[in-house]
Structures are given as structure tokens and as C-alpha cells.
Unconditional design. Sequence first.
Length: 483
Amino acid sequence: MFRYTQSIAIITLLATTVLPACRSPEVQRLSTVTATESIGAVAEKPVIQPVAYEEKRSLQPPEPTLSQPKRVDHATPVDSLPPHPQPPAEDISPARITIDELESIALQRNPTLARAEARISAARGEWLQVGLRPNPRIGYDGGEIGNEGGAGLQGAFLAQEIVTAEKLRLSRNVMDREIDRLQQEFAVQQQRVLTDVRRSFYDVLAAQRAMDLARDLAQIGEKAYETSQSLLKSGSISEVDMLQSRIESQQAKILLGNSRNRHRTAWQQLTTVIGDPSLPPKPLDGDLLGTVPALTWEQASRRLLSESPEVAAAYANLAKAQAASGRANADRYPNWEAQAGAQYDESTRDTVANVQLSVPLPIYNRNQGGIRQAQSQIAAAQADITRIELLLQQRLAAAFEPYRNSRAQTEAYAQQILPDAKKSLDIAVKSYEGGEIGFLSLLNVQRTYFQTQVAYLEALRQLRDSAETIDGLLLTDSLQTEK
């Protein structure tokens, strides 16, 4: 009789809380997940010069058809997690915000982009300045003052420095290459900002989903504890079982508090990246799964070396060094100094004119040191290109390890672990109903099921983070960039 009463109470609890989530269509679909279920294109992103890579990204996996896009993705479905109600008003506001809106805000408000634009503007001002001709000089010229008590020669002169060897044009050519380099650095910084926004976006999505899971677990734990108290009074379970149920309930509440703090932190990091820390928390309009590209090392490496604005900036720096070498060679030829003036002779009452033209003799200084310095800068710029290409491949290797790990984990969870966890919970419910297992065993199975869901969610978050990092050409940490 006790076992029957106990079974009815637990079955009622599971029927109203756990089983609706466990038997949702999303969870049941786990058993039929295949490697080709997530096939799609990648989301359209703002064009960043010189990056020519552009793909369409879909946040919702399309239905399989006979004519699918060429890119076949082995993404793992996040919607296997049980559906959850909207968080309460005190957590997030009802309005939703998309990743495109966040990227637009970031491109307008992130201070690092304004800083990069200001540096380009300053370089354009320097380009204007270095190409301006020297100003003429005007002055007073007096001579033989006091000779025979007279005023001597009184007059004025006009002098002009004549720039030779097209130095002004060559100077502007150097600044043209510098502006090109700064524009590539702007593209680097823009990609850093966009990558940070995308990583933070999916981080908030994962935190939002984890908070929903923790809320459900806390509610189920509280109801299980209330049920265990009733069962203890009826003698159906021992005090140890009741205490274990209370421990589970308290741990679930701690998990809920931690998940809320994690969501708050993730949102604050996102708003900091977009440059609007005052933006109140909002639910995000997106899918943690979407379509995660099935990346390979060879493809990612080729794309990184051909499209990275860091490599383009290194080549622009080489072009600047080569232009500076041409400017240094022009300095072998000195500028001329021309002067013309007129004077009035007080004693003879005659007006006389004089003309001067001076040219430095390049005997000692032929800008030998400047030319050697410019040639060394070319060699350094060439070596720097190789260094950056090797560094990018080194960073790519480090980024690919978490991508491969999280990819394998999400596939294992979707194809085997989550279906097994659901099946185990179903069996545990039936076994408890038949008196084959005890109350504590049922609680352990229930805890395992939710822990599996949380672990799967974390694996998806890591997969998104690593995939966005690789897709963003390894350009991250925009606010920490200092050059």
C-alpha cells in the first residue's frame, strides 16, 4: 500500500513537470538526428576590405531537400532541449533584438573604430602637409651703412627654396601607402568588433537557455521536496530520502542563482563590446544552433592567409617601406635656394638689384644613412609578412582544438548521450512505478538528465565560440587592441 501511494505521488509529480519536457517533440527528434540534418548557408556579414569572403548564414536549419547547398554541415540540434517559458519581467524585457541590430550599434558606437578612423584622418592631413611647397621668405637687406656718413644701401629681398627630384610627390606617395596600411588596420579592428559581437551574442543565448533550464530544475526540485515530505509522513520513504531531496532542491536553487549571474555578466560583456553599456537586458532573436560551418584546417588556413586584413596590412607596410626608399634616394639631390632683391644707394641715388642662387655640394652628406635605413626597413617588412602568416597559422592551430572537441561533443550528445539520458529517465519512471527502484535512484536519474542537457548546452556554446573565432579570421578582443 505504501509503495502504491508513493508511486502515485511521484508519477503525479513527473507527469506535471518532468515528462512534458522529456516527451517534447524536440527531445523525441533526437533519436532521428543524422549528420546531414543541419545543412545551410552562412549569415551575410558586413563587407570588410580586403576580405572578399561572403556567405549567407541561416539561424534556422532548413528542411533537407534533394538540391541542398554544396556546404554540408554536421551541426547538432540545440532544440532538443525542452521548451521553456519566457523569463519573468525582472530578468529581461519583452522586446527582442537581432544580431544584425547589435552589429549595427557596434559599428557606430565602438570607440576603437572611431579611434582607427581618426588615425586615418590624421594621416590624410599629413599627406596634405608633406606635399606643400616651402613658403617664400621676404626680408630687409642693408649694406654699407655709415659709409661716409650716409645711409648706405637700403633694400629688400625675396627668397625661395626650390625642391628638386620630385621630393614632394614622393613624400605624398609614402603617405598614400601609410593611409592604405591604416585602412587595413581599420578593417582588422572592424573584424575584431564584429567577431566579439557574434561571440558575445551566442554567449548570451547560451546563458539565457541555461537560465531557463536552471529555473525548470529548481521548480522540479522544490516540488520533489514537497512530495518527499508528504511521503515521509506517510512512511513511504525514509528521512534520508527526504533529506536527499532537500539537498537536490537547494543545489538547484544555487544553480539558478549562478545561471542568472552568468546571464547578467554575458549581457554586460555584450553591451560593452557594442559600446552601449546602458542597454537594458533583452531576449535575443536567434538560435544557438543555426548552421555551424563544418570547417576543415586546409580550407580555414587558405582563407585566413588570402583574406586576413592583418596580412593585407603587412603588405601595405611593405609598400610604404618601398615608397620610403624611393624618397630616401631622392634626398641625395639637395634643394636649391634662389634669392632676388633690390637696394637704393643713398650716396649715388641709384637703385641696384642683386640675384643669388645657392646649391649645397653633396660631398659629405648624400643621405647614405637614410638610404641604408630605408633598405633595411624593406627587408624588415618582408620578414614581417612571413612572421604574420606563420603567426596566423599558429593561432589557427590553437583555435581548431576547441572547435574539433566541441564539434565531437555536440554530435555525441545529440546522437547518443541525450537519447540515452531520455531513455534512462523513462525507464526509471516505469521502474519506480513497478517498485523496482527507490526514490533516491529516481532523483539521481532525473539529476543526470538535466546535467546532460546543461553539458550539451555548454558544448554548443563552445562550438559557436570557436567557430565564430575561426570564421572571424581569429580577430577578437577589440577593446584590448592597442597599436
